[in-house]
Write a protein of this length. Structure first.
Length: 492
RNA sequence: GGCCCCAUCGUCCAAUGGUAAGGACACCGGCCUUUCACGCCGGCAAUACGGGUUCGAUCCCCGUUGGGGUCACCA
């Protein structure tokens, strides 16, 4: 059987380095076996999925050098490759499960479910999920409710006892009691399938042989193998990769580490270096060499050689590796070409110029005024972040709320940024100036700078957000507790 | 909290049932050099703990501890 692997990102945010990590290993494994690598968009969450995010993910994967044999943009024999274009397929499979008694409609309201959950947590019940109230509704009762127009979801019937045994290529046998799993929703009230149903149906229909993805999915494997069983299908091989981590060992997150592929691009990393770096997370060349290309990786790679300790994403080492690529693989001419691709091109120079033009007394002033547009970080000090009559801790909160509001922005441009900052300053009952002042420090590393909103637009969201995050770090950061409190207060 | 996964220098990655536990990043010295960087030389630094199995365990088993993940009409 032909080896087929897939990457199944959900278009709900910035392209994540963890996605690239899984893509690399999936891609390489397909190539090792002369197989195919498939890209499938998992956009079953109508509220959070956006076209912009899908586009950004495809674009950043292309930038880093991952290619796919089949996908929403290139098509292929197993399409469509976007789950929202496959709804009728899921619907048919869900109907089949209901007909065979493996799934049932559930009419419980969200409010009831919340209550049930709350009660179960209070009781310290081992299973905190759904109490299966609708599981034993007679088909006729259910049909009547549906005919009456009641909204419902569809849940799968998890066995009430026994255990699920499955295999992971890296970890061997894994067991989990069925009693610890509740009746998972497989179709939402909006008629869309949930991830669990869609992933199983698609992986089967697309003839995926190896599921290579993050460790965070291990606990949902039982639901998936049960669905395979319900359908009478052979499950694929599971390979759960270790999770990339922050320096404090928690799962890699944007709050503690830049996670957007686009950040690394804008910060001046070379795609081959980033990809190489991801390749050495959990894997190594037989001779121990640390600098290697994807083709070299393909020549030597086996899934079985992956080590399981979750690696910390170490920016210092990535930087070092990147520096080797710059000086070992590039002539001055090539380097100069890359610099032009990166930022020294007419488009970017002209955008930057538009922001500083009125400030130039000589053309040579340009270099002085624009350094912040060609840097990763800027030199930030506590003094630069000071706001008159405001405590340091309050400034951090101000920056954090600003960051959240900026993250929600769909369009990154000066007017939008401006209105966000106005909104935040009103929220805190401050003059706009009291908010822009620390932001000048955070974004520009100086009190003397071109106009903030325009500068932020030109600089781009990835760099801006990272700079705000690191400015909060300069002020000492926010404890988890305070963060939660703040989140409750200001985050919609 | 229940369940699941994991455990070698601060970090990444090696090693064998018998090693002085090796390399890389970071850090600290030194050399090179008009400076810095690169390069070179050297240094610091790890088998979490407790039981077994064994002539011998970092390696195999069990427990403890620690870390992480997961418990949604999110993926």
């Amino acid at each position: 059987m032909k080896v087929r692997t897939r990457l199944a990102p959900s278009p709900t945010g910035d392209p994540h380095v963890g996605t690239a990590y899984q893509a690399l290993f999936g891609f390489v494994w397909a190539r090792v076996n002369g197989g195919d690598f498939v890209l499938r968009i998992e956009d079953t969450d109508q509220d959070r999925s956006t076209d912009a995010s899908e586009l950004a993910i495809l674009e950043s994967l292309r930038w880093i050098g991952i290619t796919w044999d089949e996908g929403p943009d290139v098509g292929g024999p197993f399409g469509p490759y976007r789950q929202s274009d496959r709804l009728s397929i899921y619907r048919n499979h869900i109907d089949q499960l209901i007909k065979n008694g493996h799934a049932y409609p559930c009419f419980c309201s969200k409010e009831r479910l919340d209550e049930v959950r709350k009660k179960l947590i209070e009781e310290k019940a081992p299973n905190r999920g759904y109490d299966r109230r609708c599981r034993d509704l007679s088909p006729r009762e259910a049909a009547e409710k549906i005919a009456a127009g009641e909204t419902y979801v569809v849940r799968m019937k998890i066995p009430l006892e026994g255990e699920c045994v499955f295999h992971d290529l890296l970890r061997g046998e894994i067991r989990k009691d069925w009693a610890s799993i509740d009746d998972q929703v497989i179709m939402k009230a909006d008629g869309f399938p949930t991830y669990h149903l869609a992933v199983v149906v698609d992986d089967h229909l697309m003839e995926i042989t190896h599921i290579i993805r993050g460790e965070e999915w291990i606990n949902s494997v039982p639901k998936h193998v049960l669905l395979y069983e319900f359908f009478g299908w052979e499950p694929p091989l599971y390979c759960h990769l270790p999770l990339l981590r922050n320096p404090d060992k928690s799962k890699l997150s944007k709050r503690k580490n830049p996670t957007s592929i686009n950040y690394y691009r804008k910060a001046g990393y070379l795609p081959e270096a980033l990809l190489n770096y991801l390749g050495m997370m959990g894997w190594h060349m037989p001779d121990g060499s640390e600098k290697f290309s994807v083709p070299e990786m393909i020549k030597n790679f086996s899934l079985k050689d992956i080590s399981l300790g979750s690696p910390v994403f170490d920016r210092a080492k990535l930087r070092w590796l990147n520096s080797r690529y710059i000086r070992e693989d590039n002539s001055v001419a090539e380097l100069s070409e890359k610099l032009q691709e990166w930022a020294l091109n007419p488009e970017y120079i002209s955008r930057v110029s538009s922001v500083v033009a009125s400030r130039l007394e000589t053309l040579s002033d340009w270099g002085y005024f624009t350094a912040m547009f060609f840097s990763d970080s800027v030199p930030v000090t506590e003094e630069l972040l000071e706001v008159k009559d405001m405590e340091k801790s309050h400034v951090i909160e101000l920056l954090q709320v600003t960051l959240w509001k900026l993250e929600e922005l769909r369009e990154w441009n000066s007017p939008a940024i401006s209105s966000v900052l106005k909104e935040v300053s009103e929220l805190f009952e401050l003059k706009l100036k009291d908010l822009t002042s620390p932001l000048y420090g955070a974004i520009c590393g100086s009190k003397v700078a071109p106009p903030l909103f325009d500068s932020m637009e030109v600089l781009g969201s990835d760099l801006c957000r990272t700079r705000i995050t690191s400015a909060m770090g300069v002020l000492g950061g926010l404890s988890g507790k305070k963060l939660k409190k703040l989140e409750k207060k200001y985050r919609a």
